[in-house]
Write a protein that binds this ligand. Structure first.
Ligand code: BGC
Length: 358
């Protein structure tokens, strides 16, 4: 499935054959330039490339309660995704499963549920990106049904304390487990507030996991637009996550949770639309080259209201454009309304699956 030759050459050149043996695959086919890794360790650089092709298990553990959004992270799904992808990103709404007080003691029943998912995926040999996803108060938003509120004074310290516990819990897991500090920081966290919180959160992770690879992304929903605002601590095991939903009026047409929904009927992808997709990727690559941190495209995808031919074209283009730049990716997502798989029919949504993998 994945082409091995370029990473093999890279590993020989850098003495990383052990990392290659562990990684198993690479997203950088022959002739493509590998990412700039001047600021990170050889292991994290190899890992950024080895993340390869992946998928998000969206709408499952980041719903206020698992099942609230119609899908659960059932065991057969683990077999399905691990059979075809290198990486599985697991979004988790930790904030709704921890004490409302500043200590944010994790709900052990929920944490054990996450352990099971993480361990089952690791046992299959895939990379796992375990993230902290959604926390309405943290972004200054209204609570969702079944989401509880806390004293505003403890919102940010809870994030730090949750990560301290999560990191400790998984400190002995394989290096194939990667932490992601926060999905799509935005709203009241845009810019400097996120830099401050990310620094404190990373420090909490580093007390138990001095060298684990950690993903951290810019504010404004992990948009490449905010990369110039991102200030990273001098840490040699970071990968920078970006999300790309351009052209937004195509990918998010008909989405009802937006304040002002886009009308349906927009197709994809003409030259102008393609340019909006690649402009963001190129801006990210430029930033990465100047700063030395490798990139990961953590989310892209098109909502089900778009026509299927356009979704297939868009998905294949974004995959190809990321891979042309040696950027590993995780598609949004497996089984929600953007999904590559239909829980209703029990089959892959074939145009999306083949656009991702064939
Ligand atoms: C959010 C999802 C949303 C997707 C596309 C993700 O980061 O968690 O709820 O559907 O982005 O907008």
């Amino acid at each position: 499935m994945m082409k091995m030759n370029m990473l093999a050459a890279f590993c020989l050149a850098t003495g990383l054959t052990a990392a290659l043996a562990q990684s198993g695959s690479a997203p950088a086919p022959s002739g493509r330039t590998l990412q700039n890794c001047n600021a990170v360790s050889a292991e994290t650089c190899a890992l950024a490339h080895a993340l390869g092709r992946g998928i998000n298990m969206g709408n499952m553990l980041e719903a206020p309660r698992e099942g609230d959004w119609g899908v659960r992270l059932d065991a057969p799904y683990i077999d399905k995704v691990a059979g075809v992808f290198n990486t599985v990103r697991v979004p988790v709404r930790w904030s709704n499963h921890a004490a409302p007080t500043v200590d944010a003691t994790l709900d052990e029943v929920f944490a054990v549920r996450v352990d099971k998912v993480v361990d089952a995926l690791l046992a299959k040999g895939v990379y796992v990106i375990l993230d902290m996803h959604h926390n309405s108060q943290l972004f200054g938003e209204r609570l969702l049904p079944n989401e509880f509120g806390v004293d505003p004074a403890v919102v940010e310290p809870r994030v730090v304390n949750m990560w301290r516990q999560i990191a400790l819990r998984y400190k002995d897991r394989s290096p194939k487990l990667v932490f992601e500090l926060l999905n799509e920081p935005h709203g009241r966290l845009d810019g400097e507030p996120w830099n401050v919180l990310a620094g404190r959160t990373l420090a909490a992770v580093r007390t138990s996991n001095p060298a684990r690879t950690v993903l951290v992304g810019p504010s404004y929903w992990n948009s490449a637009r905010d990369l110039p605002k991102l200030r990273l601590p001098p840490d040699r095991n970071l990968i920078v996550a970006i999300h790309n939903y351009d052209p937004f009026e195509f990918t998010h047409q008909g989405v009802t949770y937006l304040p002002k929904p886009f009308p349906t009927g927009t197709t994809c992808c003409n030259a102008t639309q393609l340019k909006t997709m690649t402009n963001s990727l190129d801006a990210a690559v430029k930033w990465s080259q100047a700063n030395g941190f490798p990139l990961h495209l953590g989310e892209f995808g098109a909502y089900q209201a778009a026509d299927m031919d356009s979704r297939e074209t868009y998905t294949r283009l974004m995959r190809d454009e990321a891979e042309r730049r040696s950027i590993g990716w995780t598609y949004w997502d497996f089984a929600s309304s953007y999904g590559a798989y239909s829980p209703k029919t029990g089959n892959w949504v074939e145009p999306i699956r083949r656009a991702l993998l064939d």
